[in-house]
Every structure is written in C-alpha cells, then in structure tokens.
Design a protein around this ligand. Structure first.
Ligand code: SAH
Length: 358
C-alpha cells in the first residue's frame, strides 16, 4: 500500500492479451504463461494468483508481488421487483459508480458507467445533476462487468450498454481498451455505446477497425429545444451532428439508434414526430423512445406523456417508415432506471431548477 492507501500494483484486469504479455515479460516466463494467466483472469474470473494452481508456487508469489487483479468493491446492491439489480461500486480512490443488470427472457443487458459522474449537465439526467467525476480506467470498466458476472448467475446472451454514468466519448481511450479486453467474451456487436454526440469522439470512433453499436441521445427535433435540454448542443448543434452521423462509417446491416426522451407537452406532439422523421430521413436509423423517468431532483412539471400519447408518437414515426420502439422502464423502484443513476453520497452541483418552455 502507498501512503494514499491505494495499492500501487498494476491491476491486470485492464490489460488485453498483448499488454499482459508485455507486462509479464520482465518475469522471464515463456509466452504461453501469459495466455494461461489471461484465461484464468478473464475466463475463470480468478482474482487470486494463489488459486492459479497451474502455475508454479514461486511464479504465483512473484505475480502477487508485482501485480493484482481486483474488482471494484460492491458498496450496495438493490434488487428490483422486476428482476433488475442495481450495483453501487466503490473504486480504489473512494469514487463511486453505478451499474445495472437487466435480465430479459433469455438475454441479459448490463448497463455500465464510463465516468464517475458527468460534466455534461443534461437537465433531465440525475447523473448530470450530481456533477462531474473522473474518468474510469479500463480496469474499472471491465471490473464492473466481471464483478456482475461473478456475482450473478449469468446464462444466455450478454449485452453491454454504455448507458450508465458518464459520457463514453469523453473517455474513449479507456473504453477502447476495455472493449479489447472483453472482446473474446463479449463481441463488439453486442455492445452499444450511447453518446450525446461529441464530434471529435465520433470521428475517432469511426476510425476503429471494430466498432460497437452507436446510440445517439437526441431527445429533441430542433436546436432550440435540444439546447434547452442539453447544454452540449450549443457546442455541437444539430446540423453539424447530423452531417457527422451521415458520414459515420456504419457496417453493413447496422443502424444507428436514436434515443428520444419523451417529456409531456415539450417534445411529444405529432408535429414533433414529423420533425424528427424529417431530421432522420435517409439515415439507417431506428428510434428508441424513452418516456421520462421523473425524479425528485427534476422540476415537478417534467413528466412522461400518457401511455396513449407515447404510443401515438411511436405510430406516427412508423408511418414515416421509421422503426420505433418504446423503452420499458426497468428497475425504477430501486432508482436504477435511465437517468436515475446518481451514486449516492456525493454532493450535487446545485442546478438551477428552472422550468422548460412547456
Ligand atoms: N452520456 C451518454 C451515456 C449516458 S446514457 C448519453 O447521454 O447518451 C443515459 C441514458 O439515460 C440516455 O439515453 C439518457 O437520455 C437517458 N436518461 C437520462 N435521464 C433520463 C430520465 N430522467 N428519464 C429517462 N431517461 C433518461
């Protein structure tokens, strides 16, 4: 332990196969050792070198001297009535993040965080209300997934969504590394990265040889309302975002997902659906409608539309030829639903609680 109480040994959880081989090189072991150790960590989820009995004792001891394999600590866990589990993880330096395990028939989706907080201050989002936090390391991103894998009996298909706390395009280096580490277990095709649409990040992502699915948090069909909801829209307004997305190199048969929050009386009218369809015309797109999850920190007047309005909005988009789905609310009884992740115990930034122009 160092003076700060943080273990200085590198956490092997954040290294892909090649990086692990490079880290182990000074120990002078043959190359297949790195593969054995990688498999033990990532396939068997072995955290303790002593448990790697296929390795000779002196090697186990020397590994423990130089390295560690640690998952984030589970500080709290809430099981929702619908089977969703929310985890609060405490990281080495005390920062906390949330992740959610959402079972759905024969598949399972883990919603994980990329930052311990969020600087973007979207006005409907509780994480934004609580303010910025630091970037997570690759080991901390992989750690959330591996911790849930080791605690929950996970069978069937596993999907990952970067829709927890933080903006993944602001922490792309760690996200990329985490994806590389997880690739043998979870293919990038099963991973979705959700973003407000930062142009430099989109450009970088477009250059990756293997890309996860992309979801864009759109939420409004015009600049006036999008800027009202999302301050980032003033820096990257819609025309620029849409141009960048039209240029984005989508793989064959893949589509962009557009997330659209529905707020009663603000962006849920038929003409808003028409405007949204016009904005997306010609793009390989599907729309995921998210009825707003109200929260005590959000202005009281912000409510989801009635279910009939949500359905009418969806039907209207479909009449324009768009595929549109409505996101079911999961885990809301334990504050694990979209936009409700706050990693309790932090001080809020103290938003202005002004009303929207409803
Ligand atoms: N920063 C990225 C990743 C976080 S995703 C992004 O914004 O895409 C978080 C998801 O939860 C987004 O789709 C966001 O729009 C949604 N969300 C945030 N607050 C919400 C709320 N109050 N009700 C419903 N969904 C919300």
């Amino acid at each position: 332990m160092s003076a700060s109480g943080i273990d200085p040994r590198p956490n092997l959880l954040g290294l892909d196969r090649q990086e692990l081989a490079a880290a182990l090189a000074p120990l002078g072991e043959p190359a297949y050792r790195a593969r054995q150790i990688w498999d033990a960590i990532h396939l068997r989820l072995a955290l303790d070198f002593e448990a790697m009995t296929e390795l000779a004792k002196p090697l186990r001891r020397s590994l423990a001297e130089h390295f560690r394999v640690t998952l984030p600590a589970v500080a709290d866990r809430h099981l929702s009535q619908d089977g969703t589990t929310k985890f609060l993880f405490r990281l080495d330096d005390g920062a906390t993040v949330e992740a959610v395990d959402i079972p759905d028939r024969n598949r399972r989706t883990l919603c994980i965080s990329s930052q311990a907080g969020c600087a973007l201050a979207c006005r409907f989002c509780v994480t934004g209300y609580w303010g910025a936090g630091r970037d997570l390391t690759a080991a901390e991103i992989v750690g959330q997934v591996w911790a849930i894998r080791s605690l929950q009996a996970i069978e069937g298909r596993l999907n990952l969504v970067f829709m927890g706390m933080g903006e993944p395009l602001l922490n792309l280096a760690a996200v990329r590394r985490a994806l590389a580490v997880m690739a043998p277990t979870i293919s990038p095709r099963r991973i979705t990265l959700s973003t407000v649409g930062l142009l430099p990040g989109l450009e970088e992502l477009g250059r990756w040889p293997e890309r996860p699915n992309l979801a864009i948090s759109l939420h409004a069909p015009d600049d006036r309302r999008r800027s009202e909801l999302m301050p980032v829209n003033r820096t990257h307004p819609l025309p620029e975002l849409m141009t960048a997305l039209r240029r984005y190199p989508l793989e064959p048969r893949r589509r962009l997902t557009f997330e659209y929050l529905l707020i009663a009386g603000f962006n849920d009218a038929d003409r808003d659906a028409d405007q949204l369809a016009a904005l997306l015309r010609g793009l390989p797109a599907k729309v995921n409608l998210i009825p707003l999850n109200p929260d005590p920190v959000l202005p009281h007047a912000w409510q989801p539309p009635a279910p009939e309005r949500v359905d009418a909005f969806r039907a209207r988009l479909e009449r324009h030829g768009l595929t549109a789905t409505v996101r079911r609310r999961r885990g809301d009884d334990v504050a694990a639903a979209c936009g409700q992740l706050r990693a309790f115990g932090r001080e809020p930034r103290g938003f202005r609680r002004s009303q929207l122009s409803l």
